[in-house]
Write a protein that binds this ligand. Structure first.
Ligand SMILES: *Cc1c(COP(=O)(O)O)cnc(C)c1O
Ligand code: SF4
Length: 444
């Protein structure tokens, strides 16, 4: 390949042209840094990797993970499966069939059985938010909040690496009933015509930026060419800046991709990256910093979001560092989430009260410029619920909460109260305060 080992000049400095190499279950033992790990740990990666999706790549392995700090390195925990992500009985069940040398068929059968026992549809997203058009369900779209519709292009339903906490994992494991995606834009555009209240389309996945520029262009141009005065913002949910910044630097179609971003701007629409960064380490390499600069240069803006994850980013100093660095690089901190009620929630979750303390302490240590961030927020069935804090009212200790986004638009910014609960990790564990039987959103 003529691209190999060529260097590029970007902003006056040289960047190596790295070619993407994926590591999965079938070849991860070839990673040199993996070879010195104890066999038990490698086997655990295999056990968990047979149930939850596992993929990483040469950039994550060589530039992000600090191999001196295994098993505690945050980026290692972020992409390499960990034993405790599974419940012990599930782990043992899979370990047993692997040790027995069972057939591939038998292994798959057990894997699928265990997957079905995990929560594959957090917040009811697969069943509840599917819009319909002329009586037909639009599989591959979700419309929960009035002004924003989600679109899952079928070629974008994978990522440059998989996060161990991912709640979209059922889409990646090859069971058809868990998949939802759309290949054409005709119905999307008809839907946007019929719903003038929609201002934003969020192209998401997976990661839409795994698509070739040409493929993404097909979707974006269809939107730009349709007469959609209501469409203001095209958002892109992506982790590519973090997991494969070379997408914007030296991939063969990097220039084409950046030109496509410019086209959005020229068509009078706003292009917003909803970029996922979970740890300040992901912002430290020269590759990511150059990538951010190149994306911003096209007129696109980058907003950042992440869940608060035990073992990975559960200290306020980590968030302070991350938000400050993001702002320095010209990104806009946007959301801190609470991990969803999905298979790995027991491993990554933090009690709501601690989440609020971490958020508050971090917020106190950043300037107003970074305080665009909102959180901690739960994307729950009724809507996005923000924890405002803990207080005592008439002798009762309560959580003060509010809805940032509601299934019903009228719910936005309605404050409400729940009984204080030190252990609760999710909305469904909270009860209304002051003797009320239901939360206001449960009455409809
Ligand atoms: C978070 C979210 C959005 C976007 O909400 P904003 O607050 O506008 O960023 C849209 N749809 C769904 C289903 C969401 O979870
Ligand atoms: S990048 Fe996003 S969709 Fe992909 S594995 Fe990570 S959390 Fe899931």
């Amino acid at each position: 390949m003529q691209f190999l080992n060529q260097s590029f000049k970007i902003f006056g400095s040289t960047i190596q042209n790295l070619r993407y190499r994926a590591y999965t279950l079938s070849n991860f033992r070839q990673i040199p840094q993996i070879q010195s790990l104890p066999e038990e740990q490698k086997f655990a990666i295999e056990v968990v990797g047979h149930i939850l999706p596992f993929k990483t790549n040469n950039y994550v392995v060589d530039e992000l993970i600090d191999w001196e700090d295994i098993p505690n390195d945050p980026i290692f925990l972020l992409t390499f499966p960990q034993r405790n992500i599974l419940y012990p009985h599930h782990f043992e069940e899979m370990a047993k069939v692997l040790k027995n040398g069972s057939s591939e068929e038998r292994i798959n059968e057990i894997a699928n059985k265990i997957r079905r026992e995990l929560n594959t549809d957090p917040a009811g997203q697969i069943k509840h938010n599917i819009p319909s058009l002329e009586g037909e369900e639009l599989i591959g779209m979700q419309h929960k909040y009035k002004e924003t519709v989600l679109f899952f292009p079928s070629e974008g339903q994978t990522c440059h690496a998989y996060c161990t906490f991912c709640f979209r994992w059922p889409q990646f494991v090859g069971i058809d009933e868990f998949k939802f995606a759309m290949r054409e834009t005709k119905r999307l555009i008809r839907y946007l015509h019929k719903h003038p209240e929609i201002t934003d389309i969020l192209i998401t996945g997976g990661d839409p930026l795994v698509m070739k520029a040409k493929t993404l262009a097909k979707y974006i141009r269809a939107l730009l060419e349709a007469d959609l005065p209501n469409l203001q913002t095209i958002r892109m949910g992506t982790k590519s800046l973090s997991y494969w910044p070379y997408r914007f630097l030296t991939d063969p179609d990097a220039g084409e991709l950046l030109n496509l971003f410019r086209e959005v701007q020229r068509a009078g629409k706003y292009l917003a990256f909803m970029a996922h960064f979970n740890h300040p380490r992901e912002l430290e390499t020269k590759a990511v910093q150059d990538a951010i600069m190149r994306v911003r240069e096209t007129g696109a803006q980058i907003r950042t979001q992440s869940p608060l994850l035990a073992h990975i980013n559960d200290r306020s100093e980590i968030w302070v560092k991350m938000w400050k660095e993001q702002v320095r690089l010209g990104c806009i901190p946007y959301y801190m989430f609470i991990p969803r009620d999905t298979s790995a929630q027991h491993y990554f979750s933090i009690p709501l009260v601690q989440a609020w303390q971490i958020f508050r302490k971090a917020y106190q240590n950043i300037s107003g410029i970074s305080r665009t961030v909102r959180g901690p927020s739960m994307s729950a069935k009724p809507g996005k619920v923000q924890i405002l804090g803990v207080n005592e009212i008439n002798g009762e200790k309560v959580f003060v909460l509010r809805m940032l986004q509601g299934r019903n638009p009228d719910w936005a910014l309605r404050p409400f109260f729940a009984k204080y609960n030190e252990k609760a990790i999710w909305l469904d564990e909270l009860e209304p305060a002051f003797g009320a039987k239901k939360f206001f959103f449960e009455e409809e």
